[in-house]
Design a binder for this molecule. Sequence first.
Ligand code: FAD
Length: 406
Amino acid sequence: MERINADVVVVGGGPSGFGAAISAAKEGAHVVLLEEDSQLGGAAVDYGVQGFSPGIICGVHAEIREILAAVDYTYKHTKCEFNSHWYAHACNLIASREPKLQILNHTIGIGVLQQGDQVRGVVAQTRIAGKHTEIEILAPVTIDCTGDGDIAFAAGCKYRYGREASAEFNEPHAPAVADNQVQLCTWMYRSRRIDEQSQYVPDFCYNRDIGFNEYLHWGCQVPCADTVDSEELRKAEQAAWEVMRPNFATLQENGFVVTYMAPRLGIRESRRIVGEVIITENDCASGRRFPDAITSSKRGLDSWEPDRAKIFYGSSAMYDIPLRALLPQGKTGILVAGRCISATHIALSGFRVMPTVTSIGQAAGLAAAMAAQQGCLVQDISVSQLQQRLESAPHNVRWSKHVAPK
Ligand SMILES: Cc1cc2nc3c(=O)[nH]c(=O)nc-3n(C[C@H](O)[C@H](O)[C@H](O)COP(=O)(O)OP(=O)(O)OC[C@H]3O[C@@H](n4cnc5c(N)ncnc54)[C@H](O)[C@@H]3O)c2cc1C
């Protein structure tokens, strides 16, 4: 058993985890970031999500875009779509500027160290000199950015999975009866027109022309009975292949080649950890302001429903994301960030996108670093001080009070 002492441990190196780790390290904390894969980037790399949805462009997300603008031909052309490898490169470059950030790739968080209801760190598994080895990372604050809420789940935090009934929070777009269904999964891929005579434009699924004769494909929409169960994921992946194979053939018959397929089927939704506040559809639709706002969004609902038409609204009123949605109910020493924060199925569908979850992560990282420095719980830090630090350099998180709602 290996042991590492840190100020903050972040599990998951996707947009939220990367934002969290960078922000805590910039604040002077010794941060350990665990990522099970070889590359940072989360969905932008693992799921081939190669386009940014609307959100406030600030802080770490803005730094990533600056790097993409310098190196990535697709991003230079579209200012929205990009290539996964350049996203990973941007993360590597930004991380290389942080001497207090220790990244452990190929390392999976499998459990927590806990005293009573206080999380004291994470148990991870890696390989050292060919041997599977457990590592304990002891830290006063753990941030779960796994997307699935794996670490909060291991700590015994309360969570929700599936859809709330409309009556529970009076949500107009929720189904009448609660169930265990989550948003559809999608396997992303790309194709390129190689026959210069071909006039064909892909007309299946969701396809986006990203320039240079290339298309980004939301390749299939398949349900998964349980997005945190390996066998159910395998079944969904097989179903996805069945949908995509004829489309691959159509592309080839029409002078295209499939040039890239994401390493994994993309999961939009799994556990949502229950926090001190649950963000609901009405909070988003009404533009609710929270006193403990840490970022905001005006993205409307975007739920790929398993059994009915997609719910999509381009925008909504500007609404806040409160710090309390990052604080699991009844636990201390742990924060969640990213798509597993405390929200209903319907509310999550709007703000889950990369610009917004990166800024949620940044706030979590900063709050964790402040708590570690002050030797107190995140619950006891000054929210106004957190908000002030977030707004100032080097964090530069801007939120709704700075941006006039359109
Ligand atoms: C098909 C699809 C299309 C999308 N389209 C868009 C779009 O067009 N625009 C947009 O902005 N957003 C889009 N999104 C949403 C967005 O990509 C995600 O909501 C967002 O990336 C979530 O960020 P996250 O950091 O919470 O999780 P993730 O991006 O999922 O990152 C989680 C990271 O944690 C790691 N991890 C997980 N468990 C462990 C563990 N136990 N130990 C160590 N590491 C672990 C994973 O390997 C991963 O790197 C899309 C999502 C999907 C699935």
